[in-house]
Design a binder for this molecule. Structure first.
Ligand code: INI
Length: 165
């Protein structure tokens, strides 16, 4: 038996049973956002959230995701918001504005919301890199985002920072 003091550890559980979840999915690069969405839905189902507990909210592009996510968070209807989109670098600086605003905006919403708001937006240099992260070589970032959301709901509840707590 060690005499070392026991360190308190708090971590979230991956149990989505009973949770109400919103997925904000942008339509731009839809052929890549769709596998992210399917990955997220599959992960949620495996964690115990049936399809009826999930609402998919569509928006035009990644630039619009933060404003839509903010409204979802403020509605009080959801235990977590999962943001999904794909931004691919082009020949102009447009990418930097769209990707930057999406990342900054989602982070801002996450900081002010009472519920977890997670970033499942791919920002890549090429279509190939996005394909790799949308359910092929490098996993599925939609599924990863869904797991992060469910873990954070549990964590926030333990920390007493979730709405209704
Ligand atoms: N939106 C994306 O989601 N991904 C992109 O790669 C992208 N590019 O490259 O232009 C993009 N643009 C649209 C943007 O998100 C807004 O919907 C549009 O500017 C209207 O506000």
């Amino acid at each position: 038996m060690s005499d070392a003091p026991k360190i308190e550890q708090i971590e979230g559980q991956l149990n989505a049973a009973g949770l109400r979840l919103a997925i904000v999915a942008s339509r731009f690069n839809g052929f890549l956002v769709e596998p992210l969405l399917q990955g997220a839905l599959d992960a949620l189902r495996r964690m115990g959230a049936p399809a009826e507990s999930v609402t998919v909210v569509r928006c035009p592009g990644a630039f619009e995701i933060p404003a839509v996510a903010r409204r979802c968070a403020r509605s009080g209807r959801y235990d977590a918001i999962i943001c999904l989109g794909v931004v691919i670098r082009g020949a102009t600086p447009h990418f930097d504005y769209v990707a930057g605003e999406a990342a900054k905006g989602i982070a801002q919403v996450a900081m002010e919301a009472d519920v977890p708001v997670v970033f499942g937006v791919l920002t890549t240099d090429t279509v190939e890199q996005a394909i790799e992260r949308a359910g092929t070589k490098a996993g599925n970032k939609g599924a990863d985002a869904a797991e992060a959301a469910v873990e954070l709901v549990s964590l926030y509840r333990q920390l007493g920072q979730c709405h209704g707590q």
